[in-house]
Ligand binder design. Structure first.
Ligand SMILES: NC(=O)C1=CN([C@@H]2O[C@H](COP(=O)(O)OP(=O)(O)OC[C@H]3O[C@@H](n4cnc5c(N)ncnc54)[C@H](O)[C@@H]3O)[C@@H](O)[C@H]2O)C=CC1
Ligand code: BAL
Length: 504
């Protein structure tokens, strides 16, 4: 198979060249033994884009060996924080330089609107890489006095080692940046496994790793199917840590594989069924904007999608009317069209999954007040869909749909609102809209979630930690908290004066 694909950008004369091999030791190479390929599909047209090599377990072994050699020779404790910072800043500049092309590729492979891919996904990724470039020379331990006379202890925050990073298809560039940037800042080396649905931008970014000047083996990229490459990474005896974003079911498998192999450290950023509460004092127009963003951003394919909304009974009819108009205002279409605010969903699998939930909602007796009808024609498009008259036991209320589908319920009291919001096995995000400061404090502290947004929703900042409670995950990404996930604390105890009397 060719090692470079020339991908035409529809509507222009432009082509984007994308390497289609595995990226190991700063080179694009064929698989050692696999004849399998991953076919990349444009979800807006259902047309094939190109095929890339599907890496095998043997390829994962080769990538891990490359990462281990780099860790013990050119990277890890062999490179200063200043140098790691310099290289990360260089990488950020290159990603920024190529923002348009990376965004076009993301839109072709994932479907999301080009404008959003460029300004948010790539823009935030550049900022994320710069944020961690800033940390690279500031990773410090503590000095701890023992007795002020004869003994002292100090801690060093060592890089944890070789990291397997398994990322999903909903934010391929951004999840790459969230994982790669802190790992490299801390001195770790990486074997990255992008999703089989969206491997193209991770391969394109691998070219920038070489151009930025990272030594061979520091970042390796192995596109592969989850049950092959993902499973091989999670059970590998020479991988020190796996960082994962994806479904709770796969997160559970990864933890099990880690436990059964070498007890590698595992961080998991998993699914959600995030609630938003609308209290009667809220600015209803603003609250409706945030709720629309919460369930429609990225066509609902977002781990923090606000897919359940509970509205105080006294304002519920009025709020629903406003919300329906807001949801209708979003143009869902081909991401390459500048007018598009929401693209198709990523794949046929995801499309079928979403429709099975919409059917389940209807069958279980919820009322569909918006959407719920299939479009004709090509592309995995799903229009904004809102259900009311919901009950807690319905599938659409309990399970993650990962599509533009919202369940709207009602509550009478603050206590009832909290009980409804927390009635889930997940705990990733939650939102509340109220102009009563006391209520904002009480409810935000009672909500069981890794992030609570007040009078806003779904905003992320590189310096604010992100992660879940309950079955939404383990560990934190972003902020200084992510540095703890890529370092291991070593305590060094030094005796400079105490004599040991023996026997005791
Ligand atoms: N939290 C989040 O951001 C995401 C949640 N999801 C949820 O998961 C559902 C299913 O989507 P999938 O793409 O099937 O998610 P998934 O969790 O199976 O896939 C995510 C990543 O895990 C890898 N993977 C799959 N099986 C693996 C295994 N046994 N060991 C190691 N890695 C493995 C995949 O290749 C991909 O790179 C979605 O409908 C959505 O509800 C999906 C993507 C992202
Ligand atoms: N919302 C950003 C992280 C994610 O959906 O995976």
């Amino acid at each position: 198979m060719a090692t470079i694909a020339q991908i035409a950008v529809p509507g222009s004369t432009k082509t984007i060249s994308v390497p289609t091999g595995l990226f190991i030791n700063n080179q694009f190479v064929p698989s050692l033994d696999s004849k399998e390929t991953i076919e990349c599909i444009n979800p807006a047209t259902e047309e094939p884009i190109c095929s890339v090599v599907a890496g095998s377990a043997k390829d994962i072994d080769a990538a891990v060996a490359a990462a281990r050699t780099a860790f013990t020779t050119t990277w890890g404790k062999n490179v200063s924080g200043f140098e790691r910072s310099r290289l990360l800043n260089k990488l950020a500049d290159l990603v920024e330089r190529d923002a348009q092309e990376l965004a076009e590729l993301e839109t072709l492979n994932n479907g999301k609107p080009l404008k959003i891919a460029r300004d948010f996904d790539v823009g935030d990724s550049v900022a994320c890489i710069r944020y961690y470039a800033g940390w690279a020379d500031k990773i410090v331990g503590q000095s701890i006095d023992i007795d002020n006379k004869t003994k002292v202890a100090f801690t060093k925050h060592d890089p944890i080692g070789v990291c397997g990073q398994i990322i999903p298809w909903n934010y391929p560039i951004m999840m790459w940046a969230w994982k790669v940037a802190p790992a490299l800042a801390c001195g770790c080396t990486i074997v990255m496994k992008p999703s089989e649905f969206t491997p193209l931008t991770a391969l394109k970014l691998s070219e920038l790793i070489v151009e930025a000047g990272f030594p061979p083996g520091v970042v390796n990229t192995v596109p592969s199917f989850g049950s092959v490459g993902g499973a091989a990474l999670s059970s590998h005896l020479d991988v020190d840590k796996v960082a994962f974003t994806g479904s709770t079911a796969t997160g559970r498998r990864i933890m099990e594989a880690a436990a059964k192999s070498n007890l590698k450290k595992v961080t998991l950023e998993l699914g959600g069924k995030s609630p938003q509460l609308i209290f009667e004092s809220a600015d209803l127009d603003q609250a409706a904007n945030w709720v629309a963003l919460g369930f429609l951003y990225n066509t609902g394919q977002d781990c923090t999608a606000g897919s359940r909304v509970y509205v105080q009974e006294s304002i519920s009819d009025k709020f629903l009317q406003i919300l329906i108009e807001k949801a209708k205002a979003l143009t869902i279409g081909n991401g390459l069209d500048e007018k598009t605010g929401g693209g198709p969903v990523v794949s046929k699998v995801q499309y079928d999954k979403i429709w099975s939930y919409i059917e389940a909602g209807k069958q279980e007796g919820a009322t569909c007040v918006l959407g719920g009808e299939k479009r004709s024609g090509k592309g995995y498009f799903v229009d904004a869909t809102i259900f009311t008259d919901i009950r807690p036991e319905m599938k659409i209320v309990r399970e993650e749909i990962f599509g533009p589908v919202l369940s709207v319920g009602k509550f009478k009291t603050e206590e009832e609102a909290i009980q409804l919001a927390n009635n889930t096995t997940y705990g990733l995000g939650a939102g509340l809209h109220s102009n009563d400061a006391g209520q904002c404090m009480r409810v935000s502290s009672a909500l069981e979630a890794g992030t609570v947004w007040i009078n806003q929703y779904n905003l992320l900042y590189n310096n604010v930690p992100f992660g879940g409670k309950k079955q939404s995950g383990i560990g934190r990404e972003l902020g200084s908290y992510a540095l703890d996930e890529y370092t291991s604390v070593k305590a060094i105890q030094w005796n400079y004066g105490e004599k040991l009397d023996w026997p005791l």
